[in-house]
Design a binder for this molecule. Structure first.
Ligand code: GDP
Ligand code: MG
Length: 162
């Protein structure tokens, strides 16, 4: 069985961009509009000779009304079915209340979590990730998905955690 890695986080943090890099596909829809990816998307990727399945999701907010929406329930279903969850946040937007709410619910899922701070292009990684330590999910991984920066070291740790 190939390990299943789910990408979750607020809309517009760069989940689909990372999905495309990990799967080298264009299956996921990347857009400036938040929330355009409505359904879960599955793709296959490989690091060296280690294959994995990656699941892109539509995006979450911390609000209960949103959690009840179809998009949100699809995202939580993806979390349930995943071996590892990459929780993505946005260095440009900074740490938002929804990030805290999502983090809390992810913690309750009991899944192996990686905190991924995207969009660190243009800033120093340590500076961009500093505020996200407050989420209490350990050391954040700094990436710039659209540049492909930081993805390999992240995936080496992710696949080593299986
Ligand atoms: P999703 O809603 O989480 O799937 O986010 P998308 O992948 O659709 O990306 C949302 C926006 O962020 C798009 O305009 C992307 O081009 C942009 N984006 C994604 N990754 C990066 C990055 O590493 N740096 C910057 N500056 N923008 C990014
Ligand atoms: Mg998307």
């Amino acid at each position: 069985m190939q390990p299943v890695i789910a990408l979750v986080g607020r809309p517009n943090v760069g989940k689909s961009t990372l999905f495309n890099k990990l799967t080298r596909s264009r299956d996921a829809l990347v857009a400036d509009q938040p929330g355009l990816t409505r359904d879960r998307q599955f793709g296959e990727g490989k690091l060296g000779d280690k294959p994995y399945i990656v699941v892109d999701t539509g995006g979450l907010s911390g609000e209960d009304a949103e959690l009840d929406s179809l998009m949100a329930s699809q995202s939580w279903l993806a979390v349930e079915q995943a071996d590892i969850v990459l929780f993505m946040v946005d260095a440009r937007a900074g740490l938002l209340p929804d990030d805290h709410a999502i983090a809390e619910r992810l913690r309750q899922s009991g899944k192996t979590l990686f905190l991924v701070v995207n969009k660190v292009d243009g800033t120093e990684a340590a500076l961009a990730t500093a505020e996200f330590h407050a989420l209490g999910l350990g050391e954040p991984y700094a990436i710039a998905a659209s540049q492909g920066r930081g993805i390999k070291p992240l995936m080496e740790q992710v696949l080593a955690a299986l």
